[in-house]
Design a protein around this ligand. Sequence first.
Ligand SMILES: [Zn+2]
Length: 455
Amino acid sequence: MRLIFHGAVRTVTGSLHIVEAGGALVYLDCGLFQGAREAALAWNRRLPTPARDVDAVILSHAHLDHCGNLPTLVAGGFRGPIYCTPATRDLTALVLRDAAKVARHDVAIVNRLRRRQGLPAAEPLYGVRDVERTLARLCAVPYGRTFRVGPGAARFVDAGHILGSASVVFEAGGRRLGFTGDLGRPGTAIIRDPDVLPAVDLLVTESTYGDRDHESREHAIDRLASVVGETVARGGRVLIPAFAVGRTQELAYALRALREAGRVPEVPVYVDSPMATDATAIFRRHPEGFGGEARTVLRRRDPFGFRGLRYVRTARESRALVARDEPCVVIATSGMAESGRILAHLERYVGDPRSTLLFVGYQAEHTLGRRLLDGAPEVRIYGEPHHVAIRIARVDAFSAHADRRELLAWIRRIPEVGRAFCVHGDEEPARALARALTGARIPAAVPVVGQGEAV
Ligand SMILES: [Zn+2]
């Protein structure tokens, strides 16, 4: 068996690795590479192998950077199965349909500009039809059940990252490969803790936070409460950019608990994202993925709803919310403030010293979120410069990714790891995790794009 690293190598986006075993070609993930427009488009269009040569895809979870380039593969002629867990199948439908919509919207804006410059119209990466044909290829397999892939056998292990997320165990020719996918944290409110992998000859591990430890969840909840309290006291609003799938539900859950305990003022909380609204409905349909606390709450009532929480669906409602001058909490996509409705909120409130922009997730390099987090005095939103006066706060404990300590602890529980490769992390965190693993007597390295390794 041979493994070739292709995407999410020395970066956190575009997850894709290739497994060759007994003449079969299998993709682990087929994620969208997100970054500077032209470069990202070129990267996403150019798959590492002809699409027709791929026999199957094993998908770790429904985040766009793991599933978002599947329609390109299908449009290119891929006709095999895409294996994933049942909850991932439902969430992937939501994520890919939204991606097609966003692509159409983006290309329309680009084409207005191109027309003015006399250039031919650009095409979106893929359309709704490619997405529907992709969804028809999704094959749901529950955690723990072995399925045949070419000459090999695979199974999913709960990765505890988002609903339906999985680590992958792949065996062929007497050798075993482990792929973490994105690894979650133990002790979160909704999702079950990550399960442990069996002994593997080669481990491909994510390393998003390979050089950092998160604060404790209790501390994070305290900070969330004080950020909301202080901002409301100033008459401002708390803006929280968040991924529609996973983090938004964690936040809704935490705010509900704080409200019930009387620890935050009774101001309205808005989830301004139709996708987050739909994702929350899918969460409600898959309680099998919930851990202890959410499971108990679910028996009594809706863990994601409370009086004062509004899910904002239409664009008109969203515009009204931006214009309304009232203290409130707004959770909106996207998580790194690169696109989505959070931009309209930022356009209006980035210059408002009463308000707070609260980051709850990883902000990749070269994103608007990262620039604001790094303290830029001025930023561009929709192409216009804006002076930054909004207060910036950050709480990492709502992260859906294990931190350095948790990654190491989880990997140490694997009975045996022959060697490891750190992917899905920027250069520094990936190197830091590789050093720590090597120090723990697991030889580890950070691969380069296109690097092949015998398993
Ligand atoms: Zn993820």
